[in-house]
Design a protein around this ligand. Structure first.
Ligand code: CUA
Length: 673
């Protein structure tokens, strides 16, 4: 950091401290909580304008805090798409209120929404076909693009744990496809093509392995580089519409985060382990790190020309993009880069150093010159700027500024891109660092409103902080994370609100609400070949041990209210919700059979399960749909079959004893701690 930068940041720091000291902020938040509590209690606008405003006059709220409050009955301005880490799900939030609106199950089982093995046949089969894994680890969710802006068709998310990519429809907010990426155990970076549209969804594999990884090529473990010599990683391109893997490019090192440019020329990934180390010392040792750029049109031409091989049983073309290939270029960046992101004007890509306190600004026009052989890769670097310790990700406001998360410093640093380039070129008068703001604590990703499109709005920034420490009520050993809302509309960043979030968001996309333009609340019953018309409900035995039950729900009437079957029958429930009123979903839960469906207006769902317990089993609606919702239930009457071994209702329950008596020998508040 040069002297000027340091002086400026200290000066800025003290100013920010004055504006938003931690204690001062906490006391402000206490007041906000009063107002928010009233909002949440449904006390209404009158309450807010009456008692809440009296006890917390608007003049005593910061302008930013006043701006984030969305009054009862009003809608947020933005949709946020959040990842859920190892919960395997996505979440939809409203911004600036930060209210969570929906959880979308993707790689997980969600018993509330009826997704996965305990839900409908479609999602259960989709998960089974995608490897049958019971979990996923979602890091980087993104909206689809057309001409550099969100187009509201799809969201994509990857599963780092099992090398998969999922597509979520943004008309019904439902996962509709999952693709397993061949030849890779795990994908980390994911980014959709921005231009002309998505198009490709790119995924970078992080963990190097032999290829094929089937045990034929294992070097005995030892403390030397030979053991990982034959390990490689791939950057994969999936067609976002067919969800088929189109091609893969083998690259050097291991890949981290990804991005795409605004012209449809490149996808790019950072590499934090260029020499393929296998433990912390060997992974962090190499002095040269890079961002690899893949030239999309050259790869397409090479595939067309048949210049590829395939690996193992996979038919997907694999091209060689390692050093020396003309399909890729490796631009040197500061040490152990993490995030990489293109500026909304399409001019630059910024890579964040992680282990160096610096960001590297890459000139995308010059990357073209590198591919043409006109300049060396290092000459595409437009600036290196010292920003603070532990830079992980940079986002933008559309006014020429970058906002970089500093994991170690627990800060958000605002800096100016053109000034950074001037300073790098020797101009000693410019001070690229505009402000450093304390965040709480250890930020990973950041997200700003519309920032990763050609139409950034520069209103709000989220610092996705990994640690919340002292910010919330204690809830045992597992703390929530803290996604802090920061107002970036003015000259200074203003810390506006703390928001606890459940395990474990990595990244978010934030879109203006009008970008999600295809949203529907009611299904067209004709979508479903198995739709059950009201009046045609029936129960049919179609085989010796096979029964199909066709039901309908029209609140509060469930038809039929009973059916007979025998022990050992495989039962398929086909349930049509024939209510055509929005917000009127029904549930179908079969007691003691691990079955719960959600059936939305106009929708038909199927679930198949084994009736392996003689007796009377009630099924009931799980969604509060009517004043007579509790009455919306019926019976499955399972006849005893001589010789059939009926599955007992939990054996411990028959004995009336707990299944397992306590986690530890002591009890809270009793005896020894
Ligand atoms: Cu249908 Cu509750």
């Amino acid at each position: 950091m040069n002297k000027n930068e340091k002086d400026l940041s200290q000066e800025e720091d003290s100013q920010v401290q004055k504006e938003t000291t931690r204690r001062g902020f906490l006391s402000t938040m206490g007041k906000i909580a009063v107002a928010a509590g009233l909002l949440g209690s449904g006390a209404g606008v009158e309450a807010l304008s009456g008692c809440a405003r009296e006890s917390t006059p608007k003049s005593r709220l910061s302008a930013s805090t006043a701006k984030m409050i969305v009054p009862p009955g009003k809608w947020d301005k933005y949709y946020g798409l959040w990842s859920g880490g190892p919960t395997g799900e996505l979440r939809i939030l409203g911004l600036p209120s930060m209210r969570e609106l929906l959880r979308i199950p993707v790689f997980n089982t969600n018993t509330g929404i009826g997704y996965g093995p305990t839900g409908d046949n479609h999602s259960a089969k989709m998960l089974e076909d995608a490897g049958g894994y019971g979990l996923g680890d979602v890091h980087h969710p993104h909206f689809s693009f057309t001409k550099g802006d969100f187009d509201g068709r799809y969201a994509y998310a990857h599963d780092k744990a099992n090398g998969r990519i999922a597509r979520i429809r943004l008309d019904y907010f439902m996962t509709d496809a999952i693709t397993s990426i061949p030849n890779v155990p795990a994908v980390h970076g994911l980014y959709p093509q921005r231009y002309p549209k998505t198009g490709y969804v790119f995924a970078a594999s992080e963990f190097e392995t032999p290829m094929p990884n089937d045990g034929r090529d294992i070097v005995p473990t030892g403390n030397n580089a030979a053991q990982t010599k034959n390990y490689w990683t791939l950057i994969s391109a999936v067609d976002g519409e067919t969800m088929k893997v189109k091609w893969q490019v083998m690259v050097d090192g291991n890949q981290d985060n990804m991005d795409t440019d605004y012209k449809g020329l490149y996808c790019m990934a950072t590499c934090y382990n260029s020499s393929k180390g296998w433990n912390v010392p060997t992974m962090t040792k190499p002095p040269v790190m890079w961002a690899v750029f893949v030239n999309i049109s050259r790869v397409e031409a090479a595939v067309k020309a048949g210049k590829y091989k395939t690996i193992g049983d996979s038919p997907v073309p694999v091209l060689d993009g390692r050093h020396g290939s003309n399909l890729t270029t490796y631009i040197p960046v500061e040490k152990d880069p993490h995030g990489i992101s293109c500026t909304p004007d399409g001019k630059y890509a910024v890579a964040n150093g992680k282990l160096a306190p610096k960001v590297t600004v890459i000139d995308l026009k010059k990357v073209g010159d590198v591919f043409e052989g006109k300049i060396k890769p290092k000459d595409a670097v437009a600036a290196i700027l010292t920003v603070g310790v532990g830079p992980l990700h940079t986002v933008y406001d559309g006014r020429g500024n970058g906002y970089t998360t500093l994991f170690v410093d627990s800060q958000m640093v605002k800096w100016n891109i053109e000034d950074a380039i001037k300073a790098y070129n020797g101009d000693k008068k410019v001070k690229p660092i505009r402000q450093k703001l304390d965040v709480h604590y250890q930020p990973g990703h950041a997200a700003a409103t519309q920032e990763n499109t050609i139409h950034p709005t520069g209103e709000w920034l989220i610092s996705l902080n990994k640690f919340s420490k002292d910010r919330f009520l204690p809830v045992g050993p597992r703390f929530p994370e803290n996604d802090q809302l920061i107002d970036i509309s003015g000259k200074k960043m203003v810390l506006t609100a703390d928001n606890p979030v459940y395990i474990e968001p990595h990244q978010a996309d934030i879109a203006l609400v009008d970008r999600l333009k295809y949203i529907k609340q009611i299904f067209n019953p004709k979508y479903f070949a198995n739709h059950v018309e009201s009046g045609t409900e029936n129960v049919k035995r179609v085989g010796p041990h096979r029964v199909i039950v066709r039901l309908t729900g029209v609140a509060p009437i469930l038809t039929p209210v009973y059916f007979h079957c025998k022990e050992g029958d495989l039962i398929t429930i086909i349930y049509s919700n024939n209510d055509t009123v929005e917000n009127l979903s029904h549930g179908f839960l079969m007691t003691l059979h691990n079955v719960n469906l959600n059936i939305n207006p106009g929708e038909t769902k199927e679930i198949t399960f084994l009736a392996d317990r003689a007796g009377v089993h009630w099924y009931y609606c799980t969604i509060f749909c009517h004043a007579l919702h509790l009455e919306m239930r019926g019976r499955m009457i399972v006849e005893r079959v001589p010789g059939y071994k009926s599955r007992p209702i939990h054996s411990n329950r028959l004995k009336g004893e707990p299944s397992w008596n306590g986690l530890f020998k002591d009890f809270p508040g009793v005896g020894k701690a």
